[in-house]
Design a protein around this ligand. Sequence first.
Ligand SMILES: Cc1cc2nc3c(=O)[nH]c(=O)nc-3n(C[C@H](O)[C@H](O)[C@H](O)COP(=O)(O)OP(=O)(O)OC[C@H]3O[C@@H](n4cnc5c(N)ncnc54)[C@H](O)[C@@H]3O)c2cc1C
Length: 283
Amino acid sequence: MSPFELLTPETVDEAIAELRSADDPRPAVLAGGTDLLLDIEDGRTAPARVVSLRRLPWRTLDWVGGALSVGSTLSLRSLEADPAVRERLPGLWEAIHAVGSVALRHRATLGGNLGRAAPASDLVPMLLALDAEVELVGPGGVRRTPVDAFVRASRRTALGPAELIRGIRIPEARPSAYRWQRVRPANDISQIAVAAAFSPSRRSWSVAVGGMPPRPILLPEVARDLGPGAPNEPARRSACARASREVAIAADQRASEEYRRRLIGTLLDRAIRAVTIAGEGRP
Ligand SMILES: Cc1cc2nc3c(=O)[nH]c(=O)nc-3n(C[C@H](O)[C@H](O)[C@H](O)COP(=O)(O)OP(=O)(O)OC[C@H]3O[C@@H](n4cnc5c(N)ncnc54)[C@H](O)[C@@H]3O)c2cc1C
């Protein structure tokens, strides 16, 4: 592993100052380190300075008026262990549960998953379907942006040069489900995944697909096919058929286009059924 200077700022202002003051290239930001430290060890990146976020007060979880706010450095395991998360946002719980292993989830964070913006991220598709917002803090103050605008492409985000992800906000509890396919159930990466959620306030569905390049995406037309409540069988079939037929599916080393195309409809069908069964026919 190439040597680096580890900085452990105690305040957000100090962390931002470290990011601003550094020469080019900017220092790396370290949360749980499950992605970054492997990259350094394997020589994919060799930062001279690393800014650790571990002393910042961002390991938080708050429910306010039905909305969930999560600090960016809270471990995925802490989120997974919260009974309210499982009860009110079952799809988020399922997506978190899909990440790596228990040991990994003790270190990995939501901020790190978004910061990485991996095409096969399990959390980005679910956050898209839940209309989540990313809260960023930088030299210009705080700004909020939808996850859909934040994740731009494979490993590219809308993060400014001296900005940090402070937290993630999910606006309301939603019946939701996350279904994925991978070669091995644990410590593997999804070949394709589908997130579905029903918004009780808007009476509408959101559907997102992930697991393939270039990035997880929302499927608004598929969601529209599902209508304003529990879909009947023809509506459900039509949405699943549209997903298999029309979604731009990519091939990569983990799965062929044909394999993913066949699976997307099946996974969507399972996700919709999970949401409607949990709501006893009413999402
Ligand atoms: C064995 C193994 C299995 C895995 N399995 C899965 C899986 O099944 N599903 C899945 O989705 N992922 C998986 N991952 C990837 C990884 O664990 C997740 O992406 C994790 O959530 C990253 O969080 P972290 O805190 O460890 O990030 P870090 O490694 O600390 O950071 C990741 C990136 O985000 C940036 N970053 C981190 N926090 C912030 C912040 N607050 N503000 C700005 N930038 C920030 C860092 O600079 C870095 O570029 C796996 C990784 C390993 C090693």
